[in-house]
Design a protein around this ligand. Structure first.
Ligand SMILES: *Cc1c(COP(=O)(O)O)cnc(C)c1O
Length: 427
């Protein structure tokens, strides 16, 4: 016992901020709820942690709100790479007007889950001949990333005796301000530089392909509503300029997406009304060559992200150098993005909470995962309700780029459970 008197004085540890807890997860009697029940109860029923819990009613609400704010003429596409979990994908196929694919594997998943090929478009670099062939056979629109890809599509279409449906992805000279990931402007793996687009479109029309129009995607994860609206306006102007240079009206323009969600402290959600009002004005004043054109936006995380949570159980509680560590059965192998290792420069805390708030007492804790790497941290010095071994931790914003965008095989812990709640297809 005498050793205790020699312990260093506890150092002062300041908590770090974390993101705003998503809407739709009420705290009732000290317990966080999803889909009308306590998270704890759902986990009891599933009998497994870690687990991703998704709420189909939140997906419905999101799409309803989006449709209410946007012009009726604007179609809403789901970029399925955000979350391809089959029941989730099925639900989104029923809810949205189209599905955007990024691989042949996604194409097969979308077909298996009931999507119509005529409502699918396929973007992404290095599409193989096998992928292109499958897409052309099924009648999926291919968003061409290069002139070489155009040639391969024309050759495959010719050999199959099918007119391929081809749109040209444009690498615009601008990018989306405030974007988490820049996808346009300058030298890029994506799309054809804008000045080369008219020549390419004339060529594919002359070669007998079905030219569908343009795909212009300028960035991702922006919370700046004015920047999003400005990018849409620039995109429409660019499409009109290109169409006029070609001398043919496009059937369809994919305006991109890029709507972000609030992951971090001080993040504010996008204001749909600002974007919707500006787009309505754009649509009521379109350049002549776009008068009959159909328009779509493609969204992944905005539709899916806040509709899901990741739940992990505390296995161990320990103190190191005066800091509390809660070691959990989950980690970055399921939720890479929350650990700060998926496209972020500075690690910041995702929205996080204890599923059950015990007694009003709070502690500053580090929430770490079960992998043998210091990267595996889901919460860095977060001030949360006091927790013990066996309690459940919730990471919010887990509906997009979670299970499918994390290195699940790393260390061999296996996948997390996934479940879609409030799923009408499942009753
Ligand atoms: C990934 C991707 C999307 C979806 O991006 P989010 O940030 O999830 O909305 C949309 N379009 C293209 C072309 C993409 O590659």
């Amino acid at each position: 016992m005498s050793g205790d008197t020699n312990m260093p004085a506890e150092k002062q540890i300041k908590p770090k901020a974390f993101g705003p807890v998503s809407k739709g997860y009420p705290l009732i009697d000290g317990k966080i709820h999803i889909a009308g029940r306590a998270v704890e109860d759902w986990i009891g029923e599933i009998g497994q942690t870690p687990a991703f819990l998704y709420d189909a009613a939140l997906l419905d609400q999101r799409v309803t709100d989006l449709r209410a704010a946007m012009p009726e003429r604007l179609a809403i596409h789901y970029a399925m790479k955000a979350n391809p979990f089959a029941p989730f994908l099925r639900h989104m196929i029923g809810l949205c007007d189209g599905i955007d694919l990024a691989s042949g594997g996604e194409l097969e998943m979308a077909l298996d889950n009931g999507a119509q090929p005529s409502h699918m478009s396929f973007a992404g670099p290095a599409k193989t001949d096998a992928e292109l062939k499958l897409a052309i056979k099924k009648g999926v629109t291919i968003n061409l990333e290069s002139e070489g890809e155009a040639e391969r599509c024309l050759a495959i279409g010719h050999s199959l005796g099918i007119k391929p449906r081809l749109a040209v992805r444009v690498n615009p000279d601008f990018d989306l301000r405030g974007s988490g990931m820049r996808m346009g402007g300058g030298a890029k793996a994506f799309g054809v530089d804008q000045e080369r687009v008219p020549g390419l479109v004339r060529h594919i029309i002359a070669a007998g392909a079905h030219w569908r129009g343009f795909h212009i995607y300028a960035g991702s994860q922006s919370l700046d509503s004015d920047a999003l609206a400005e990018t849409q306006a620039k995109t429409i102007a660019l499409a009109a300029q290109l169409a006029n240079a070609i001398g043919v009206a496009p059937e369809h323009i994919n305006l991109g997406g890029g709507f972000g969600i609030p992951y971090f402290a001080k993040d504010k959600p996008v204001d749909l009304n600002i974007i919707g009002e500006k787009l309505k004005r754009q649509f009521s004043n379109l350049p002549v060559i776009l008068k009959d054109c159909k328009f779509a936006i493609e969204l992944g995380r905005y539709l899916a992200g806040e509709a899901g949570i990741y739940v992990t159980r505390i296995i161990d509680k320990k103190i190191s150098h005066g800091e509390i560590f809660l070691a959990c059965d989950g980690g970055l192998h399921h939720q890479l993005a929350a650990s700060g290792n998926f496209g972020t420069v500075v690690r910041r805390n995702y929205p996080i909470a204890m599923a059950s708030q015990r007694d009003g007492a709070e502690e500053i804790v580090n929430i770490v995962g079960c992998l043998c790497t210091p990267l595996d941290r889901l919460g860095d010095r977060v001030l949360l309700s006091r927790a013990e071994v066996g309690d459940l931790v919730i990471i919010f914003c887990a509906g997009a780029y979670g299970a499918s965008a994390s290195p699940v095989n790393f260390l061999g812990h296996g996948p997390a459970a996934e479940i879609l709640l409030n799923d009408k297809n499942d009753q």
